[in-house]
Design a protein around this ligand. Structure first.
Ligand code: B3K
Ligand code: ZN
Length: 876
């Protein structure tokens, strides 16, 4: 570490701020050498604070040159305040005063992409969580909320568009070709929701009439060349605005809503009040350049950021320990929305696959943390799958337990009660309790106990008594410094599937599905009048974020796969079935025994592929075997090569047995209509491309893929074909050519080039690292653009398991070097890249020691930023 060890921040240490800030007036003078920021803060003592000392701490970070500082117009000498690298402390302030200051910053040299920085030809900002302190001296904490007025001055020719939050209240031309625009945001907001953009940007405009009849102009700003890629985001925005009115009763509040797309961005997008800033990858969409998956992502991210206007902005977080209050809730809201706009079952399957692969892995690894953590070193490291996705699962459980009506009452109460405030997770739970009349004391444990609980279920059928008993036992690993976790409230949605395939009626009012609320470590459910032993369909839709342990037989799983009344559980049965087959194959591969194909699995897939009445999207999902990353999460010890070989063997063997069915499916779903990102077309494309993936493993695939690559009229089909060719050892004559053609056609499309990098990074054929290293020097790659780093380096470390985990340790050495190169350039991106090394304990030797050494080498780096330091040291 550079300086002293990084400080740990504790939730228990929270204290209200001694001062409040009513108004914040900023002037930005954007210059070539530097940007001059003048700040005027109207400050008054916080009546809720016990601290009457008159001291106020203003944060800062990065190279910031203080020019002067005044209190009530009086310039302060250097002895009148204390100044360190990251804090300016004022003392003896009167009970109310105006603090003014001027600083010089250099956005052009800011590679962290936090605070004010440059992306290509424009200026933009990212302030959450602690970026505002890189712009000016300010108490940069979410519970300080003030009314912002922002004046921007810049050269008019280079920066004709000048934006900030709220409404533009003044525009003027100035001398020397400069101009100015002043923005005023009437809503009090925390500093992390501040935004500024300046650049040469085109805009797409539309409008939305709100439920109370107000017409809101909607504007999406992008570079001129991307104006033809905004229609889908605009439609998604209008759909989100309507949906939030209809489903949550939430109306938009400002007089204008703007989105700006930027190329260099650390994450997907940011919900700045009235001025959302987006990664281009989360806003631009066009059939020729964008896959179906990205169309869906654009819709989901646009909705997510828009929904934050209420869950996050109007009702804000008190401190960063409450992050899941806004993120978990907003992820839940956007998943409900996407599910309403598309296929609910498909959306749920995708969410659950993601949760199981990434969140369950995090929850069992060294970075496991509570949804509401007790402490952190670097808050940026806590924008995690646990805070977001597990947080969303918790909100989903309120919805399940309270029912949609009480849930809505709870959310109404929460928004009404806390509008304009900065609150805690506790306030959300209380609102749900007060609105529904339920005691949620035990439920609160979901926030404070980490680890994924296991739900063990056993069944007994008594033919004489005609009773069917389900015996439930919950357990969870000891986590978060506790010797053991206390029992959770687990909503178990379940049905019983009869021998004829239909769901058995479980209650006198004809219900075939119940929600059993488990609260004890051990409980039983007894069903009466059951004529024959059923197959239990448990945890439908994954009704709680737990792992299920039930000893299903292959026959039972095949029965559920074909008949379960719940679509999600039909898919889940297919996953459990293929998982057990894969586990056996893995075992065989590890012990160098011949691998053989299970006939029952082939029969189950044959039935699936031959049934034309099924939803193609569902068939596609059931056809795809669990991904390697999920198999890693499920494994006790991760034998990377054996897992890869088992999966490849099974895919090849299935392809051989199902070639006729797969070819028929390919032809049936090879649609000829013009591209639309509709549920039907997306379903057909995903099934066709899943079939193509299998056909690549038998003779007919290669020509089919080459043909599809050349003739596709959309990126979904073209990229699927490219990936199929690249990963196919016998398609080398086409894959080299296809990569070159693709590069030639799309070299000016940055987002498509990311896909090109990603497909190559994930290519699991031998010599993967050499290919990745060569691409580091390609003009399509850049070490300052997070999307490109994620595509190439992240793609290699997270999606090319056999090459990354090569037993000579070369993959780990490579990743270590990239992390250290990025360490000071972009701390957040560097820290994210450490994740694949953190699970070293699950790997066998020699990988285990090599990964550990890599982490140790990172931790030993003298100039480590705290983002990387925290993850490396906590996982050692
Ligand atoms: N709230 C932002 C995330 C900010 C991440 C800072 N490291 C985007 C979102 O969740 O909507
Ligand atoms: Zn969010």
């Amino acid at each position: 570490m550079k300086d002293a060890l990084p400080q740990t921040i504790y939730l228990d240490d929270y204290k209200v701020s001694p001062f409040l800030i009513d108004t914040t007036d900023l002037v930005f003078d954007l210059g070539v050498e530097h940007t001059r920021v003048t700040t005027k803060l109207a400050v008054r003592r916080n009546p809720a604070s016990e601290d009457k000392s008159g001291s106020l701490e203003l944060n800062s970070k990065g190279a910031m040159q203080l020019q002067w500082i005044e209190v009530d117009g009086q310039r302060l000498g250097e002895s009148a305040y204390s100044l360190t690298d990251n804090m300016l402390t004022l003392s003896n302030l009167p009970s109310s005063c105006v603090i003014s200051s001027e600083v010089l910053i250099q956005p052009q040299a800011n590679t962290s992409l936090m605070g004010l920085y440059r992306s290509r030809t424009m200026y933009c900002t990212q302030c959450e969580a602690e970026g505002f302190r890189r712009i000016t001296y300010f108490p940069d904490r979410p519970d300080i909320m003030s009314v912002f007025t922002v004046k921007i001055v810049a050269d008019k020719a280079s920066y004709p568009v000048l934006l900030s939050n709220g409404n533009a209240i003044e525009r003027a031309d100035l001398d020397h070709g400069r101009h100015t625009v002043t923005w005023h945001d009437p809503f009090k907001k925390p500093s992390h929701l501040f935004a500024l953009v300046a650049g040469t940007l085109g805009k797409v405009e539309d409008s939305f009439t709100t439920m109370s009849g107000r017409e809101i102009p909607l504007q999406i700003f992008v570079e001129e060349k991307d104006l033809n890629k905004c229609a889908h985001a605009m439609l998604s925005l209008k759909n989100s605005m309507r949906w939030d009115e209809e489903v949550y009763g939430r109306e938009y509040d400002l007089d204008i809503f703007m989105i700006v797309a930027v190329d260099d961005f650390n994450m997907g997008a940011m919900e700045n009040k009235g001025l959302n800033i987006f990664n281009t990858s989360a806003v631009l969409a066009n059939p020729k350049t964008t896959t179906d998956a990205s169309f869906l992502r654009v819709e989901g991210v646009v909705a997510h950021e828009y929904f934050h206007n209420w869950s996050g902005n109007r009702v804000n977080v008190r401190d960063w320990f409450q992050l899941s209050l806004k993120e978990g809730f907003t992820v839940f809201r956007d998943s409900q929305f996407s599910s309403d706009m598309n296929s609910p079952t498909v959306k749920r399957i995708e969410d659950v696959s993601y949760l199981r692969t990434h969140q369950y892995a995090e929850d069992s690894g060294p970075m496991a943390h509570q949804v509401q953590p007790d402490s952190y070193m670097e808050i940026n490291n806590f924008y995690t799958v646990t805070v977001y996705e597990k947080g969303s699962e918790i909100v989903r459980m309120y919805h399940t337990l309270l029912g949609p009506e009480n849930f809505r009452k709870g959310s109404d109460l929460y928004f009404d009660r806390h509008d304009g405030e900065a609150v805690t997770i506790e306030e959300f739970v209380s609102a749900m309790e007060d609105a529904s009349g339920r005691d949620l004391t035990q439920f609160r444990r979901w926030y404070k106990q980490s680890g994924t609980p296991v739900l063990k279920v056993r069944s007994v059928y008594d033919a004489d008594a005609k009773t069917y008993t389900l015996d439930f036992e919950q357990s969870s690993p000891a986590t978060s410094g506790r010797s053991e976790n206390l029992p959770f409230v687990i909503p178990v949605k379940l049905g019983l599937v009869g021998a004829d395939g239909s769901d058995i009626v479980l209650s006198s009012d004809g219900q075939t599905e119940i929600i059993f609320e488990m609260t004890e470590p051990h409980q039983q459910l007894v069903f009466e009048n059951i004529d024959a032993e059923p197959v239990p369909s448990l945890l439908r839709g994954l009704s709680a974020p737990v792992k299920l342990d039930y000893p299903y037989s292959t026959e039972q799983l095949a029965h559920l796969m074909a008949n379960d009344g719940d679509g999600f559980n039909r898919w889940d049965a297919s996953q459990t079935l293929s998982l057990s087959v894969l586990n056996q194959l893995m075992h065989d591969s590890l012990h160098e025994r011949p691998m053989t194909l299970d006939g029952q699995l082939v029969d189950a897939y044959k039935a699936l592929l031959s049934d034309e009445s099924l939803d193609p999207a569902m068939v596609a999902l059931m056809l795809q075997l669990p991904a390697e990353a999920l198999l890693h999460e499920e494994a006790k010890t991760i034998h990377v090569a054996a897992i890869h070989d088992a999966r490849s063997f099974l895919r090849t063997a299935l392809a051989g047995c199902l070639v006729d069915e797969l070819e028929a499916i390919y032809q049936r779903h090879n649609i000829r209509q013009a591209y639309a990102p509709s549920v039907e077309q997306m379903g057909s494309r995903s099934l066709k491309n899943a079939a193509l993936g299998y056909l690549m493993l038998v003779d007919s695939g290669v020509e089919l893929a080459w043909d599809q690559f050349q003739n596709a009229d959309n990126m979904t089909d073209q990229a699927a074909a490219l990936s199929a060719l690249v990963n196919c050892p016998t398609a080398i004559k086409y894959s080299t050519q296809a990569l070159a053609m693709f590069l030639d056609e799309f070299k000016d499309e940055a987002l498509v080039m990311n896909l090109w990098l990603q497909i190559q990074a994930a290519n699991s054929q031998p010599n993967g690292l050499d290919r990745v290293k060569a691409l580091l020097d390609h003009s399509a790659f850049s070490m300052t653009n997070p999307n490109k780093i994620r595509s190439l380096i992240g793609g290699f470390a997270n999606a090319n398991h056999v090459n990354f985990h090569a037993t000579d340790g070369s993959g780990y050495e490579f990743l270590t070097q990239q992390i250290l190169d990025l360490n000071t350039v972009n701390p957040q991106i560097a820290a994210r890249l450490v994740t694949p090394l953190t699970r070293w304990k699950k790997y066998p030797e020699p990988n285990r020691q090599q990964m550990r050494d890599a982490l140790q080498n990172i931790a030993n780096e003298p100039n480590l930023v705290k983002d990387v330091y925290e993850i490396a040291t906590k996982s050692l």
